[in-house]
Design a protein around this ligand. Structure first.
Ligand code: SF4
Length: 289
């Protein structure tokens, strides 16, 4: 069984950067160390950070002392300012620069008196941060259907941005609809290149292999997106969180497997999955001998 890896696989630049910032500062950080929400949507990464003494919290009001880590997904500036003013609390801001740029774009559009539209998941921390940059005025929608129902105001100017990890093909479709429906709209493609490249790679790979294996957490939106893209092209697409989820029968009579992983999937998980996958092949060979 031949394993073909997507050229862009696993941790993206933003996640690597955030982890490095934490590692480099860990010994100097004032304790207790807390992080608002997970650094990335991956349980094993969260567990590793927990073992280093970093606790994940969901209520910012309760954090009065020590160090608070802001994850790569970012936070609304207003909340950040409030935290900066909190005496006794240090901040380590690992917001991905690409996310920060989308926040800036949304803020500028709002300052130009445009109604900002965000294509993304309203419950995602990144989207909440972008919305916060517009003083909570942005309208968030997550599907073509929602946009079709939307009634733009006459003479109002609009601006559209997109969550960095959204499906680029869907965004292209959304952009076309928005242009037709809203005459005065500026559209910004803010899908990040790490997401774009991973999606493009999986599209190519899914067409040329017998089966595809996507590795990552079910809580990771960008990993789930890779799975959705691949399974539409190749019905033999499987999703595993870790090596434990692998099933031998998935790979019976399979000559080649494409392997992809989301931007939040660490190398150590990918390596373990690949190691186990390789044993399937050698067991088969042993049986044949
Ligand atoms: S997916 Fe893109 S925007 Fe999100 S953390 Fe990674 S590099 Fe940054």
């Amino acid at each position: 069984m031949k394993l073909i890896f997507a050229k862009e696989i696993g941790f993206c630049f933003g996640v690597r950067r955030a982890l490095k910032m934490i590692e480099n500062n860990l010994s100097k950080m004032k304790k207790p160390i807390k992080m608002y929400g997970p650094l990335v949507h991956n349980e094993e990464v969260t567990e590793r950070l927990r073992k280093k003494g970093i606790k994940i919290v969901n209520d910012l009001e309760k954090i009065k002392e020590g160090t608070l880590i802001i994850s790569a997904h970012g936070l609304p500036q207003k909340i950040k300012n409030k935290l900066i003013r909190r005496r006794g609390l240090d901040l380590l801001d690992t917001t991905c620069p690409i996310v920060a740029r989308v926040q800036k774009t949304a803020e500028l559009l709002e300052r130009e008196s445009r109604q900002v539209l965000i294509f993304g998941d309203i419950n995602h921390q990144e989207v909440l941060g972008i919305k916060g940059a517009t003083k909570e005025k942005a309208i968030v929608f997550c599907s073509k259907e929602e946009l079709l129902k939307f009634k733009p105001k006459k003479n109002k100017r609009y601006g559209l941005v997109v969550q960095t990890t959204q499906n680029f093909e869907k965004f292209k479709e959304i952009g076309k609809i928005a242009k037709k429906k809203i005459p005065q709209i500026e559209i910004f493609n803010t899908v990040c290149s790490a997401s774009f490249k991973r999606q493009a790679e999986i599209r190519k790979l899914a067409k040329k292999v017998d089966a595809v294996l996507i590795i990552g957490s079910t809580t990771s939106a960008n990993t789930k997106r890779l799975y959705q893209i691949s399974s539409k092209i190749n019905p033999r697409t499987f999703f595993v969180k870790t090596a434990k989820d692998l099933k031998r029968e998935w790979f019976e009579n399979i000559k080649n497997v494409g392997i992809g992983a989301g931007a939040s999937t660490p190398d150590w998980i990918i390596n373990k999955v690949v190691k186990k996958l390789k044993t399937y092949d050698s067991k088969k060979k042993n049986k044949e001998n």
